[in-house]
Design a protein around this ligand. Structure first.
Ligand code: HEC
Ligand code: HEC
Ligand code: HEC
Length: 322
């Protein structure tokens, strides 16, 4: 009944980072460390190698016991993934043509730079508070948000009342939600600028927008390369915080640092578009505000809930960013 890890991708990635494999527990660790390892097998960013379909965690540049920095992931996808396991992108963006990375759910990675990780607090301390079953004290296996049980999770370490604790979490989450929206607006502006630039460049060379992609790329690839790279980097960062499920709580300052970079890359991408067009003696009015949020797709036929967010959630979202 003791804690152990079994997922090969996790063990491989950890051994590469310098941790020791263990025949019985998967990775060597004391009980405190194991209470984090077990969750980190799944709550991570990963991808599948193109040819072998091998499951890989992009942790090559994440050194042992150090907090992960977003640059470690970026570097991995820009350098290692291309050479070691031929993998360029999860998908090509339809409007800009940028090679994109889809981030999964990087809780382990973001958490590593937060104050709780540095203080040795494990995932289970907050997500599996202790409960009494008769004379036994056991961890609650209904794993969920700690906010459902603040008295059994946060309050076992922090001598504050429930409201104070809840307010602190919401304060962090609200700031993160705000920065997420800023990043989304900036990335949408970049997408619009690149899409427009594509049209202008194609027109200059008399290539129809319906021409085969290969033909279009002959005139688009070189001038748009830098702007596309900025799109990839900005979106990867926005997605890293968006897809991480604590809305910034696991590491508030790193979350804000990553989002600041997302905004910076998006706006730099717009400047790269301007430079590229200038070299071609073309011009475009850059979008200074936010790009338009694309309409949600129609609900999938036959399903009650579609992909259109319900009014209730849209209202919460609006309040969060006010
Ligand atoms: C084998 C993979 C795996 C492991 C190991 C794992 N999780 Fe999860 N976890 C998931 C998946 C998948 C979901 C999403 C489930 C869903 O959407 O129904 C999830 C959901 C969650 C949720 C959200 C639950 C909710 O309220 O809906 C929390 C919190 C969570 N996990 C924490 C943890 C913690 C803490 C650990 C370690 C003790 C852990 N997980 C270990 C795969 C895993
Ligand atoms: C110091 C306490 C704390 C620790 C330690 C912690 N978390 Fe969390 N976690 C939170 C809080 C607070 C939230 C936000 C909950 C909410 O918004 O309802 C959260 C959210 C989550 C969610 C989304 C839950 C949901 O309901 O959608 C997941 C998944 C998760 N954490 C996984 C992890 C994993 C994996 C670890 C360890 C690597 C970890 N957490 C460590 C406090 C913690
Ligand atoms: C196992 C003990 C433990 C648990 C459980 C725990 N914390 Fe903490 N928390 C700490 C420690 C230790 C620190 C760091 C204190 C320091 O170094 O000054 C900390 C720091 C903090 C900080 C200050 C962060 C900063 O940057 O200054 C906040 C806010 C916080 N915790 C909120 C929470 C919330 C919310 C929960 C529940 C979801 C929680 N903690 C659960 C031990 C815990």
């Amino acid at each position: 009944m003791s804690l152990r890890v079994t997922r090969p991708a996790y063990i491989n990635a950890m051994v590469k980072r310098g941790y020791e494999a263990d025949a019985k527990t998967g990775i060597k660790g004391n009980r405190r460390e194991m209470r984090r390892h077990v969750c980190q097998q799944c709550h991570v960013e990963y991808y599948f190698a193109t040819k072998t379909n091998e499951l890989i965690f992009p942790w090559h540049f994440w050194t042992k016991d150090a907090p992960l920095k977003i640059e470690n992931i970026d570097q991995y996808y820009d350098v290692i993934a291309k050479s070691e396991n031929p993998f360029k992108a999860d998908w090509i963006h339809k409007l800009t043509g940028a090679p994109m990375i889809k981030i999964q759910h990087p809780e382990a990675e973001l958490f590593s730079s937060g104050i709780h990780a540095r203080a040795g607090v494990g995932c289970a301390d907050c997500h599996m508070g202790y409960v009494r079953e008769g004379s036994y004290k056991i961890t609650n296996h209904k794993i969920q948000s700690p906010l459902f049980q603040i008295n059994r999770t946060c309050m076992s370490c922090h001598p504050l009342d429930e409201k104070q604790i809840r307010d602190r979490v919401f304060h962090i989450q609200k700031a993160t939600a705000n920065a997420l929206r800023l990043a989304e607006g900036a990335i949408l502006a970049l997408i619009e600028d690149i899409s427009k630039a594509k049209r202008i460049i194609l027109a200059k060379y008399n290539i129809a927008e319906t021409a085969p992609l290969e033909e279009q790329e002959k005139v688009l690839a070189a001038p748009l390369e830098k702007a596309r790279l900025m799109h990839r980097k900005a979106s990867l960062r926005w997605d890293f915080i968006y897809s991480e499920n604590s809305t910034g709580f696991h590491s508030p300052q790193e979350a804000m640092r990553v989002l600041a970079q997302a905004i910076d890359y998006a706006r730099k991408g717009q400047l790269e578009v301007q430079l590229a067009l200038k070299h071609l003696h073309l011009s475009l009015e850059p979008l200074i505000g936010y790009g338009a949020v694309p309409l949600a797709p129609k609900p999938i036929p036959g399903r009650k809930e579609g992909m259109v967010p319900p009014a209730k959630l849209l209202k919460i979202d609006k309040e969060l960013t006010q």
